[in-house]
Design a protein around this ligand. Structure first.
Ligand SMILES: Cc1ncc(COP(=O)(O)O)c(C=O)c1O
Length: 397
């Protein structure tokens, strides 16, 4: 056949490749100091414990770990997730939880369950590209709302909501990817009020809420005060345990959960039972809390090093976010600097970063970039920031 164009669905024609994957190809060289990744550091994965648990569940619990399981997830794991949610202020039981194949599957299935072509989804400027990919894949109309250092700007949300009549708002209030920002509790209250006023649902995506590096950061989810159950809360074990164990979850109103469950039956029958069994055993043994403490300790110093190096080399010529948690800081340079134009030169000079524009659905953000502190040693980060400052001072070649 010469062309398959006539066979692709309308939704497939709306698929958008991730603009940052193209940059990721540039950064596999170990000689390049990389601020570009979006993944947790493998040194945080409790590999030996996972190996031990995996061997045990395969040998001793094969009828569970190697078998199909309930679409909603392993019951004991659902109960554990409900208790985890309760520790974050969310009242629910195991029956309110659906385990998913990473929170990325949650984004896909929620989009499939709620969106028709042309429906408006509001997203933060900037936002997570995997979120917008799921919305575009359902031919949604994705519209940006302004964000500042306190989170979503309520005036912008109210104005855009009145103009576009959205069905959904997608928000990442805790240490957002890509900005690293933490939305204040006041803003969260306003966002919820505006959602009630304009009657839209909210997807609250919270994979980074446990990765806190400073005292006093209030990460209490919006879902904790969701009196009319309009929030679909997503969580994940990827950043605290290991993303290869594809294990995320959804907590939402029973009526929405029932539909999501049917959608998930069509998608994959159930999430990987081996992955769930490993996560379940790990959590049931009481190991998640100490693991989270270790992960925080691992990143705390790295985050401080990156912020310190930025202070040293970018002071007065850029602004960057505090990144009190999560994996990223987001840098804003002078308006006339297009960071994408510097990527290639920067990689040649031995440093990789992610230009910020792909995270903005309205085409803005050309003068921004995302830097992760997850990957490199302190020494390489210091040297990398110095090189980056030099590259961004030079004229483009
Ligand atoms: C904001 C956000 N949501 C969801 C995901 C997907 O995570 P996972 O599918 O591994 O749970 C990521 C991954 O980087 C993310 O940054």
């Amino acid at each position: 056949m010469t062309s398959f164009d006539a066979f692709f669905s309308r939704d497939a024609n709306a698929f958008r490749p991730s603009a940052i994957r193209a940059f990721a190809k540039l950064v596999n060289d170990p000689n390049v100091i990389s601020f570009a990744g979006g993944s947790p550091n493998p040194d945080t994965f409790p590999a030996e414990r996972i190996a031990e648990i995996a061997a045990r569940v395969v040998r001793e619990r094969r009828a569970v770990a190697l078998q199909y399981g309930p679409t909603r997830g392993l019951p004991r794991l659902c109960d554990f997730i409900a208790s985890l949610a309760a520790s974050r202020g969310i009242t629910c039981s195991g029956a309110d939880v659906i385990v998913t194949t990473g929170s990325q599957q949650a984004l896909d299935i929620v989009s499939h369950t709620l969106l028709d072509p042309g429906d408006v989804v509001l997203v933060e400027l900037p936002t997570y590209i995997g979120g917008t990919s799921s919305f575009y894949a359902r031919s949604a109309n994705v519209v940006g709302v302004a964000q500042d250092d306190e989170g979503i700007v309520p005036e912008s949300l109210a104005e855009v909501a009145a103009r576009t009549k959205p069905k959904l708002l997608y928000t990442i209030p805790n240490f957002q990817n890509p900005s690293g920002r933490l939305m204040t509790q006041e803003r969260r209250t306003r966002v919820l009020e505006i959602a009630r006023e304009h009657d839209f649902l909210i997807i609250e995506d919270d994979p980074y809420g446990e990765l806190v590096y400073v005292d006093g950061a209030d990460t209490t989810p919006l879902k904790s005060r969701d009196e009319d159950n309009r929030i679909i809360y997503l969580g994940s074990f990827s950043k605290v345990l290991a993303p290869g164990l594809r294990c995320g979850f959804i907590i939402a109103a029973p009526e929405i959960q029932q539909r999501i469950e049917i959608g998930k039956q069509a998608a994959d029958l159930c999430s990987g039972m081996l992955d769930q069994s490993i996560v379940d055993e790990f959590c049931a043994a009481g190991e998640l809390a100490p693991q989270i403490a270790k992960v925080r300790d691992f990143y705390r110093g790295k985050r401080a090093t990156l912020l310190d190096a930025l202070e040293q080399h970018f002071s007065g010529r850029a602004k960057w976010t505090h990144a009190d948690g999560g994996l990223f800081t987001f840098v804003t340079l002078d308006d006339d600097i297009d960071t994408a134009a510097y990527v290639e030169q920067s990689v040649k000079n031995g440093v990789a970063f992610i230009p910020g524009a792909p995270f903005f659905v309205d085409g803005s953000g050309r003068n921004t970039m995302r830097l992760t502190f997850a990957r490199e040693s302190d020494e390489r980060m210091r040297s990398g920031v110095e090189k980056l400052a030099r590259t961004l001072s030079s004229s483009r070649t």
